[in-house]
Design a protein around this ligand. Structure first.
Ligand SMILES: [Cu+2]
Length: 96
């Protein structure tokens, strides 16, 4: 159950399997972020997202006013990430 590479387990080394598993378990979310006007803003938002425990990576798009976030759903939620952005009282985040 779970990881698709179990189907071809005999063709994969153990290390490949271990490396593959976290990606299968990650969840991707898109958050709309308003209030960003320059590169400093997008960096600040990136930091606000990445300081949330469970966030694996993020990409903030200043022009599109969006942040794509990859996170561990067992460690955090989209709402927790949004709340952390909003706690800055500078940027306004909502789920897309
Ligand atoms: Cu700015």
């Amino acid at each position: 159950m779970g990881c698709v590479c179990e189907l071809t387990a005999t063709m994969h080394s153990t290390s490949e399997h271990v490396l593959h598993l976290p990606l299968e378990m990650s969840e991707k979310t898109t958050i709309i972020v308003e209030g960003m006007s320059c590169g400093h803003c997008s960096n600040a938002v990136k930091n606000l997202i990445e300081e949330v425990e469970g966030v694996e990576s993020t990409e903030v798009n200043l022009g599109a006013k969006e942040a794509n976030v990859l996170f561990d759903p067992n460690a955090t939620t989209t709402q927790a990430i949004i709340d952390n952005i909003n706690s800055s009282e500078t940027y306004k985040a909502t789920e897309k």
